[in-house]
Design a protein around this ligand. Structure first.
Ligand code: SF4
Ligand code: SF4
Length: 279
């Protein structure tokens, strides 16, 4: 089973839920941190890394001695990442989406592939949890290919928990697509509700069952709960504001380590998700 943990809005406690859930289930679990622009699950889980791989994406390289300046490569490129200018062909690696179109249409076979670095992928473990995350190169705009690479480590023999990026754009959709269940972490504020509605909309389009965790549930207003009732969304957990949780977070500690009574609550959350996903 794949559980994607998402939140329309950043800073709602998505990573806290993902890491504590993984630790509470314990064995036969993998945690994939797909928030590649700002991965931080490792700061709480403290995995031992055993591998670091560079991840690249193919971009065109032009052999000008074979090129006849026919212009077919520039004509097919939707992103203006390759253009014929005067007596040469220019390619702009940062704009290229690696679709391969220019290479396919070049009649002279003058375009080959070279790799453009997207970032790194690191693989490690902690207490029996397999941990994988991607770190996008600073300045890199395209995160979905690196997210796909992290997701390719899904092991069907294990429970996979995916820590999704915040928001509702392409990177989040990429991390929701393989999910059997999407757990949305939100907070009871107007911003939280607004972004929750967008995230719920995405799960409806993808037709994936979802449920809510309300963080800092005793602050803010009741509108998130009213929305959940209206939309028939199960509220699977409420985490009240607690100074001990905030302090643990700021130290990089796990809730279940400093307040062991939460371990059973997170395990119960997993069992509820399992029941809902199977249904
Ligand atoms: S691979 Fe696709 S996106 Fe990149 S330059 Fe060629 S046609 Fe454009
Ligand atoms: S399609 Fe090939 S031959 Fe034509 S301009 Fe581009 S690189 Fe040159």
């Amino acid at each position: 089973m794949v559980i994607s943990i998402a939140s329309g809005k950043g800073g709602t406690g998505k990573t806290t839920v993902a890491t504590n859930l993984a630790l509470s289930i314990g064995s036969n679990v993998q945690l994939l941190d797909c928030d590649v622009e700002q991965p931080n699950a490792h700061l709480f889980l403290h995995p031992v890394f055993e591998r670091t791989d560079t991840v690249t994406t193919p971009v065109p390289e032009i052999e000008m001695d074979r090129c006849t300046l026919c212009g077919k490569c520039g004509a097919i490129c939707e992103f203006k990442a390759i253009v014929v200018v005067a007596q040469t062909v220019l390619s702009f690696d940062e704009l290229c989406h690696s679709c391969g179109g220019c290479m396919a249409v070049c009649p002279e076979g003058a375009i080959t592939e070279k790799g453009r670095k997207l970032g790194v992928l690191q693989k490690g473990h902690h207490n029996g949890i397999e941990f994988i995350h991607g770190k996008l190169r600073v300045g890199e705009a395209m995160s979905p290919p690196l997210i796909k690479e992290v997701l390719s480590y899904r092991d069907p023999a294990k429970l996979t928990i995916v820590d999704a990026p915040p928001g509702t754009s392409c990177p989040v959709i990429e991390t929701m697509k393989p999910a059997d269940f999407v757990l949305l972490v939100t907070e009871p504020t107007p911003f939280g509700l607004n972004d929750l509605k967008l995230a719920v909309g995405a799960t409806k389009i993808l037709e994936i069952p979802c449920g809510l965790v309300i963080n800092r549930s005793d602050m803010g207003d009741e509108k998130v709960k009213a929305y959940a009732a209206d939309q028939n969304l199960p509220i699977l957990m409420e985490i009240p504001f607690d100074r001990r949780i905030a302090e643990a977070y700021s130290r990089g500690d796990m809730i279940v380590d400093v307040m062991p009574e939460w371990k059973a609550k997170f395990f119960g959350l997993y069992q509820e998700i399992k029941t809902l996903a199977e249904r």
